[in-house]
Write a protein that binds this ligand. Structure first.
Ligand code: WTA
Length: 660
């Protein structure tokens, strides 16, 4: 058992168990500090050493960091490599050919295992297939697939031929998919007939067909379809083909495309503070390096571990800690197709026991919903399952509240598994701030300290570093290898969003607020400082939802804010003004349902407003600006203490407060 030592009345520090420290990749605070000191003393030397260690280079690099065109940093730029070679062939050379790479569990419980040699063969076949279709270096390929071995194969095959993948989460609507296909200029789409989640089949191919409707997607020459359920889906002659047929015709070896270190590996769209999602573009070597190194440091990965990250490949967590990181270090991982609540809310715990998972990485929103479920039904309480294989737990995507943290620690980790609360973002490529589990004590609700080599700080609006204890803006002071390289097709937006002139132009702005503990220097993330919401760990721009609502034929105006929610973290709350009289009672409920469906259709069901309130007008200042802070207060049900003298029509307030 770990000992719980109260350092001060308010800080509860939980030390890692001695047996964990003894075997840890970073064992003890002195080891962590030594890594940090090495980075401080010789920043480039530090990264160069790890890049030589973690990556098999086709041509070694001679220059570590090029800052000439900051903030467009270039890492290891004259080196050449292939990311898929590093994830697969490197493992075959290291004697991992017959090691299980992936234990895949389908929604219905069916388990498929695949070794590194088999995965390598599949990736080579698809890579050859892509080449045969004329897809090669620099071409963009959109992947719209369920959680599957084939989804990972598709990503790796793109990397193998130097194509740039853009995975679109399979919950996005045809319209969102279409926007992303067009923005990326994709030449091919890889999808499945259907996906299966929670016992239900949901269409995918027909959504792709809708997304590819004429008028803008003509550059898509091929659609490759994985047969998941065998549902009958029409193929468009000359454009569509089955994945199995494409692969079966190809040899199981494939010379990788050697690319420069800075060659784009992928684009992943994420929400920002404007209506248009941004295509976060990552580079090959720097991203791979950090995926591998964080597997070793944060997850303390060892050859015998069974690693399980429950994220979807449609999000960055599923990129770094499913499709790349675990393979780059030759780990065995579990990949799960389904949802945590099917056939019941004990599914995760059942799977941990069945597959003897040793490292389990999930999102606070899942933990919170499983806490609720097990309060209701003790049969699905983790205590009912054999979780004895676990040695390390992780959390990602949003702040984890100390109560959920303690529940997770006690009931899932049996009080003796460290929890790594990993703070990072699509843009950072991998973990930025997280406990090193064998090095430092944990503090529930805090993500502890920056990883070695990551120079994080809390600053004020002018970029001046703040003393501990004072809340401010989270920034990263120096470039790091796995950072975003640009916003696809919009270098200006990259510069403005992430290196704003107000902060001096050389600090990476995370977009989150943070505060450091007086005593320990530990970071606590206080949430987004921009118009981005985090619902169940999914990032969503309020402007994106607003513009979709405003595009509905009945809507005159809409404003969207976040509201705290004890399951999803935050919930979407929309204030809507219709073009006709404000609806009330039954009519209001009907219009609200119609608007929710509209948002689901236009963006994704994950963006549906939980609450819609109708009013005759939105609260605005005399200059016409919507008073968002006021709306946030109203959504939370707070007493309004704000100065309302600038409000154009104070009577609107009562309406917004009462309207439901
Ligand atoms: C939030 C997910 C607190 C944060 C990897 C960030 C967190 C955004 C944490 C990125 C954490 C992620 N504690 N907040 N451990 N992890 N966040 O791009 O607001 O989907 O900016 O990347 O999630 O979300 P994204």
């Amino acid at each position: 058992m770990s000992d719980i030592a109260p350092l001060q009345q308010e800080i509860e520090l939980i030390h890692p168990p001695a047996q964990f420290v003894d075997q840890a990749n970073i064992a003890g605070m002195a080891a962590y500090r030594a890594h940090c000191a090495a980075a401080e003393a010789d920043y480039e030397g530090f990264w160069a050493r790890h890049a030589r260690d973690c990556i098999s280079w086709h041509r070694p690099f001679t220059r570590t960091l090029n800052e000439d065109h900051a903030p467009f940093y270039r890492w290891f730029e004259d080196g050449q490599l292939n990311v898929s070679y590093n994830c697969l062939d490197r493992n075959l050379q290291l004697g991992n050919a017959d090691k299980t790479a992936i234990v895949f569990e389908a929604d219905d419980g069916l388990v498929t295992r695949i070794t590194y040699a088999q995965l390598h063969a599949k990736v080579c076949q698809l890579a050859n297939g892509l080449r045969a279709m004329g897809v090669g270096k620099g071409d963009r390929v959109v992947i719209y697939m369920p959680m599957s071995i084939e989804g990972i194969v598709a990503m790796q095959a793109c990397a193998r031929v130097g194509a740039v993948h853009s995975v679109v989460f399979a919950g996005f609507s045809a319209k969102s998919l279409r926007e992303r296909i067009i923005d990326a200029g994709a030449v091919a789409v890889i999808t499945a007939d259907e996906q299966v989640r929670g016992g239900k089949s949901l269409p995918l191919k027909s959504i792709v067909d809708e997304a590819l409707a004429p008028g803008g997607c003509e550059m898509v020459r091929h659609v490759v379809v994985h047969r998941r359920t065998g549902a009958s889906v029409p193929l468009v002659a000359g454009r569509d083909l089955w994945l199995d047929a494409l692969m079966a015709a190809q040899p199981a070896t494939c010379e990788p495309e050697w690319v420069g270190a800075e060659h784009p590996l992928f684009i992943l769209y994420t929400s920002g503070s404007t209506g248009k999602p941004k295509g976060v573009q990552h580079a090959s070597a720097g991203y791979l390096l950090w995926a591998a190194l964080t597997m070793k440091w944060t997850f303390d990965i060892k050859p015998d571990d069974i690693f399980w990250c429950t994220a979807d490949i449609g999000w960055v967590t599923g990129h770094t800690y499913i499709a790349y990181g675990p393979l780059a270090v030759g780990a065995t991982q579990i990949v799960f197709e389904g949802v945590p609540t099917y056939p019941n809310a004990g599914r995760f715990w059942d799977m941990v026991g069945k597959h003897r998972a040793t490292i389990f990485y999930t999102a606070p929103t899942a933990i919170r919903s499983l806490i609720k479920a097990s309060d209701k039904d003790p049969a699905v309480h983790p205590g009912r399952y054999d979780l004895s294989s676990l040695r390390l737990l992780g959390s990602v995507g949003e702040p984890i509240d100390p109560d959920s943290w303690r529940w997770y620690h006690r009931n899932v980790g049996n009080g003796n598994c460290p929890i790594v609360d990993t703070f990072w973002q699509t843009e950072t490529g991998g973990h930025m701030i997280s406990p090193m589990p064998g090095a430092m004590p944990l503090q529930p609700g805090s993500c502890a300290l920056p990883l070695p080599g990551i120079m994080a700080a809390v600053v004020d609006e002018t970029g001046k570093e703040l003393p501990h204890g004072q809340g401010g803006i989270l920034v990263i002071k120096r470039p790091w290898p796995s950072m975003i390289r640009t916003v696809w097709g919009d270098a200006d937006r990259f510069w403005r969003s992430y290196f704003p002139a107000e902060l001096g132009g050389n600090l990476y702005l995370a977009g989150d607020g943070a505060v450091r503990n007086d005593e320990t220097g530990y970071f606590t993330i206080t949430g987004r400082i921009d118009d981005v919401l985090n619902v169940s760990g999914h990032r969503m721009g309020t402007m994106e939802i607003e513009s979709v609502l405003a595009a509905h034929c009945d809507v005159a105006e809409a404003a969207v804010v976040g509201k705290p929610d004890d399951t999803t973290g935050e919930a979407v709350c929309a204030f809507v003004v219709l073009k006709r009289t404000r609806p009330q009672g039954e009519e209001a409920a009907q219009v609200a349902t119609a608007l929710r469906e509209w948002v689901a259709r236009e963006i994704s069901p994950i963006a549906k407003p939980k609450e819609i309130r109708f009013a005759d007008n939105l609260p605005k200042t005399r200059s016409g600006k919507v008073m968002r802070r006021l709306l946030r207060g109203i959504a939370k049900g707070e007493q309004i203490t704000q100065d309302l003298s600038t409000l154009e029509d104070p009577a609107i307030l009562a309406q917004l407060r009462d309207a439901q």
